[in-house]
Design a protein around this ligand. Structure first.
Ligand SMILES: [Zn+2]
Length: 160
């Protein structure tokens, strides 16, 4: 199997785990969003290039990818899921974009995916790489919890 197929599979897997809600949101978007109002009108008047645009099941496809309007919060949900999910493991900007591009399209998606660079966890990882000693700090919290538990046991012991 080629790595190209793997990429599509991973992307689909992540999108399925978000649930069907994002897809339902896309359908609602097509009915309500200004961008889609215009597109629906053109579609109904057969003014759209069907080589580029298709409409199936209440959703528009652009070059066989689900079309979104650029200002919908759905784009943010998709980027976050594809970048932050355990399967994606905070993939780099290019990787996240590659994955996303296989399934969805919106105008300005490149710019939107660049949000990676502002991701808190990615920033922290970068900082830790510069100061690896930070990772060797003792972990005081679990120790404290454990001490509390042992003290409880001691208290409960019957007096001899
Ligand atoms: Zn990240």
């Amino acid at each position: 199997m080629s790595s190209r197929d793997d990429g599509v599979k991973t992307t689909l897997f992540v999108l399925i785990t978000i649930g069907t809600s994002w897809f339902e949101q896309v359908k609602r978007l097509v009915l309500t969003d200004e961008f889609f109002k215009e597109l629906n009108k053109k579609w109904d008047e057969n003014k759209l290039d069907t080589e580029l645009y298709q409409k199936r099941g209440g959703v528009f496809y652009y070059k066989k990818r689900i079309l979104l309007s650029h200002d919908t919060p759905i784009t943010r949900i998709l980027i976050t899921e594809l970048h932050d999910s355990p399967w994606s493991g905070h993939s780099r900007y290019e990787r996240t974009l590659q994955r996303l591009k296989k399934i969805v399209y919106w105008r300005g998606m490149k710019r939107a995916v660049r949000y990676n660079k502002e991701c808190d966890i990615c920033q922290r990882h970068k900082a830790e790489n510069i100061h690896p000693a930070g990772l060797l700090q003792p972990l005081p919290i679990p120790n404290l919890v454990w001490e509390d538990i042992s003290m409880d046991f001691t208290k409960r012991l019957p007096k001899s």
